[in-house]
Design a protein around this ligand. Structure first.
Ligand SMILES: Nc1ncnc2c1ncn2[C@@H]1O[C@H](COP(=O)(O)OP(=O)(O)O)[C@@H](O)[C@H]1O
Length: 157
């Protein structure tokens, strides 16, 4: 079973993905993981044989989903961050003006969220706010674990 964490760079995918993985035992995969090969800088593919071997499944961190086949993901989480908060995070990363503007516009126009709802059934796409540490610790981790548990119940009965 695979879940995707998507969203503009800086919204907190890797922070949340690693936290969920450490609590749940799911395997966390990002583009630096050998299970995700990059065909070009913008075209990831998952090593399906290895992914299905992962007991409990995987959580994939990638800023986008239209390159992944629909059937790969059972649940998609789209993280959202207020633009002023995101701006500060990306500035701290040292992004140049153009990259900063591109990413802020991407968040304003909810490009990744819309891509997620276009690429997958809307009912499996969940939007999560990712502005404050409390949202991460108290809300998003729990929310993700509950949705995964519910999905397993619904599909095993
Ligand atoms: N819910 C949150 N509240 C406050 N800061 C956060 C939150 N989630 C992530 N961050 C911080 O934002 C920055 C970007 O997070 P990161 O996980 O690297 O984003 P992404 O993987 O989407 O590029 C990091 O400094 C991280 O500590």
């Amino acid at each position: 079973m695979s879940r995707l964490l998507t969203g503009t760079p800086g919204v907190g995918k890797s922070t949340l993905g690693k936290e969920v993985a450490s609590i749940s035992g799911l395997k966390y995969i990002n583009k630096r993981n050998p299970m995700m090969a990059m065909m070009t800088s913008d075209c990831p593919i998952l090593d399906e044989d290895r992914v299905v071997d992962e007991e409990g499944g995987v959580i994939v961190d990638y800023h986008g989903c239209d390159f992944f086949p629909k059937r790969w993901f059972h649940i998609v989480f789209a993280l959202r961050t207020d633009t002023n908060v995101l701006y500060e995070r990306l500035e701290t990363r040292g992004y140049n003006r153009k990259t900063l503007t591109d990413n802020i516009q991407c968040e304003i126009f909810q490009v990744l969220y819309e891509e997620a709802t276009t690429s997958h059934k809307e009912e499996i796409v969940h939007q999560l706010p990712s502005n404050k540490p409390e949202e991460l610790e108290n809300n998003n981790v729990d929310q993700i674990l509950k949705l995964i548990e519910q999905w397993i119940k619904d599909h095993n009965s």
